[in-house]
Design a protein around this ligand. Structure first.
Ligand code: SF4
Length: 674
């Protein structure tokens, strides 16, 4: 009889990484005596080329580390201190079911708020039995907008989320524009394709407030002030339209809303946009000329430009550039952003229709916990470390301290959020269960298999939400029971060729051979297959109209723009628990000099929302007037237990209701050494 890979003494198991990263690496995981001892990349996914990030190499430390949740537990001390008593699954789930039913009976289903994001980004860990449970209970609905909502709204409005250029086609580009993206820290597998393009003579433009590793090698680096990507993009449109470089033949055949976009771009001369963005006008002019003159030209549109009040319009203006300049129809030309819609997967497996209950924007968690229409009485957090990943952190922690709030946190480790829970439940990781990993950069869909047995008493989402369905009396006879049935149910509801590939080979064949040429193989998924450069719905949604610029929120009191880009140590807040507690605020020497600061000084950065204490690192890789802390920090990483999100307003982006993390404006001053 063959030995099960889970129980063999020493072996390698092939699986895939489903975490919230564009790349979806195929993995070889080495297991000895039932424990993960090494994680490496494999060549099964040719795009990820046999190597992985340093973050996931350390995933074994999350599996077996001191922060891992091993059994359910019930709070015994004050909220926030993380003091718990071990409980059985039976007792913990009985208590949760009782409290949800009580809240629904007394306050209505909307008094229950499920809160989740892409903690594990696979198709099985979210929007399966969890969604079935909460729909049947008639809970509040969550708008999952903390990331990619503005870019998603723009991409949907203009192109209906047309599939975008594959990583493998980057080397065919003669010009690559990295806009709001730092692939050296996240989505790392783009880097070799960019380098290959450069070896073949391609020019590189990077638009980022920081001198990222690829910005150092760029032909043009525009270190724009955060929130000014919109005027920069509009100035290029103006140049294209007014200097005779717009592709009118392409626009006539394939686009709508051309004149409205041209009208909105008209005020933005290169000089005016450059002044607003704090960059040299001749640099912006060079970029506009380079873009107009070069083909194939490819824009990799990231997410950095979306996290501010102008983020939706900025993303739309960036995505509109290849249409106005006529850059489609050739390999290596067009744009790349999220490819999650490429597979055409609808989540038909959720076992109930969506109720018409209130929608709470996840960026307003702190506010939501103050509402009384009805109040949130049960907060069920899973796949998310909400306390450190959402804006206006102090308000969230205050809400989580409410005595009358019953909070459940279902997670893999004792997060900062879990410390506030009334009940914590231990979740399996992607190495301990099944999942289906869909890359949203690399065009890849693969099956993740259990590599080791669950640690402690950890259970998969499908098992736990299925159990709760039964306990609240909402289970139907044909609901899948447990993770394996859930996976088989999802497979049965996927388009047949995709499901067959996953079942037979653990991988689905990508549409268009995985390398679609825009406007040759794939077309806008709008009703008339045209690009809508000025969707009426987006114009109505944006406070200043589509492509309308909202001024910088800086004041004399709080003049510095604080940004929180993805770092090399964590995937959002996942795995940040393993990072050294030596976080530093990054600052330009001119800003440091103006405040009498030197490298290594302890500082407080503050605004009206709160303050963060840490040390400062001074360097010219930051643009003047902008400071930076990494995204996803835990409370242990700063001197006072607050992270950058304590300074981030909970205002929303112009489109999509996204988070305005990069609209935090702060002041920085030295504090005495602790
Ligand atoms: S986080 Fe991204 S780069 Fe790292 S292993 Fe997962 S898919 Fe690959």
């Amino acid at each position: 009889m063959p030995t099960s890979p889970v129980f063999a003494a020493e072996h390698t198991v092939a699986t895939v990484c489903p975490l919230d990263c564009p790349d979806s690496c195929s993995l070889d995981v080495t297991v000895q005596e039932g424990k993960v001892v090494a994680i490496d990349g494999s060549h099964a996914n040719p795009v990820t080329g046999g190597y992985i990030c340093a973050k996931v190499r350390r995933f074994g430390e999350r599996l077996y580390g001191t922060d891992r949740l091993l059994f359910p537990a019930i709070r015994k001390g004050p909220k926030g201190l993380g003091q718990f008593t071990r409980a059985s699954w039976d007792d913990a789930l009985a208590l949760i079911a009782e409290r949800m039913l009580e809240a629904r009976a007394q306050w209505g289903g909307e008094s229950i708020l499920p809160y989740s994001y892409g903690g594990s980004n696979g198709l099985l860990t979210q929007d399966t039995s969890d969604a079935t449970l909460f729909r049947r209970l008639g809970t509040s609905r969550l708008a999952r907008t903390v990331c990619a909502a503005p870019t998603g709204a723009a991409n949907m409005g203009l192109y209906g989320k047309m599939p975008s250029v594959a990583y493998e086609d980057f080397p065919d580009a003669r010009l690559i524009v990295l806009w709001g993206a730092n692939p050296s820290a996240s989505g790392i597998h783009i880097v070799p394709y960019v380098r290959e393009a450069q070896r073949r003579g391609a020019r590189l433009v990077v638009i980022d407030p920081r001198t990222t590793p690829l910005a150092k090698e760029a032909d043009v680096h525009l270190a724009v002030r955060p929130g000014t990507d919109l005027p920069v993009a509009l100035a290029i449109h103006r140049y294209l339209f007014e200097e005779g470089h717009a592709d009118h033949a392409f626009l006539d055949a394939h686009a709508r809303g051309v004149e409205q976009l041209r009208e909105r771009a008209r005020p933005w001369t290169v000089a005016r946009a450059a002044a607003e963005a704090g960059i040299q006008a001749d640099q912006l002019q060079s970029f506009a000329e380079l873009y107009a003159a070069t083909s194939p030209a490819l824009i990799r549109c990231g997410w950095g430009q979306e996290r501010n009040r102008n983020g939706g319009s900025a993303s739309a203006a960036i995505l509109a550039l290849p249409t106005v300049a006529g850059k489609f129809g050739v390999r290596g030309g067009g744009y790349t952003m999220s490819n999650s819609a490429t597979w055409g997967i609808a989540k038909t497996w959720i076992g109930s229709a969506e109720p018409n209950t209130r929608i709470i924007n996840m960026n307003h968690l702190g506010r939501a916990l103050e509402r009384d229409d009805p109040p949130v009485k049960v907060l069920f957090i899973y796949n998310s470390n909400a306390g450190v990943t959402s804006p206006d952190q102090r308000r969230i922690f205050k809400g989580l301290e409410r005595d009358d709030l019953f909070t459940v946190v279902f997670d893999q480790v004792m997060t900062d959020t879990a410390r506030f829970a009334d009940v914590v439940l231990p979740a399996t990781t992607f190495l301990e269960g099944y999942d289906i990993a869909r890359g949203y950069g690399a065009i890849s869909l693969r099956l993740a298999k259990p590599v080791v047995e669950p640690v402690g008493e950890a259970r998969p989402n499908a098992d736990v939400f299925g159990d709760l369905l039964e306990r609240v009396g909402a289970q139907h006879a044909d609901d899948p029971r447990g993770e394996l049935e859930e996976m088989l149910d999802v497979l049965a509801r996927l388009p047949e060729p995709i499901a067959d590939g996953l079942r037979e080979h653990g991988v689905a064949a990508p549409p268009h051979g995985g390398r679609p040429i825009q406007f040759q193989d794939v077309w806008p998924l709008t009703a008339d297959r045209k690009v809508d450069l000025f969707p009426d719905a987006l114009d109505a949604e944006a406070p200043a109209g589509l492509y309308g610029y909202q001024a910088d929120p800086a004041t004399a009191e709080f003049p510095l723009a604080l940004i929180t880009p993805a770092g090399e140590r964590s995937i959002n807040s996942t795995l940040a628990e393993l990072a050294r507690p030596d976080v530093r605020l990054q600052m330009h020497p001119s800003d440091a000099d103006a405040r009498g600061l030197e490298d290594g000084n302890p500082v407080r950065l503050f605004n009206a929302l709160g303050e963060v204490r840490c040390r400062v690192t001074v360097g010219t890789w930051m643009r003047p007037g902008t400071v930076s802390l990494p995204k996803g920090l835990w409370r242990r990483h700063t001197m006072n237990g607050y992270t950058a999100n304590a300074l981030a307003p909970d205002t929303l982006t112009d489109l999509g209701g996204g988070a305005c993390f990069n609209d935090a404006r702060v002041q920085v001053e030295r504090v005495p050494d602790a």
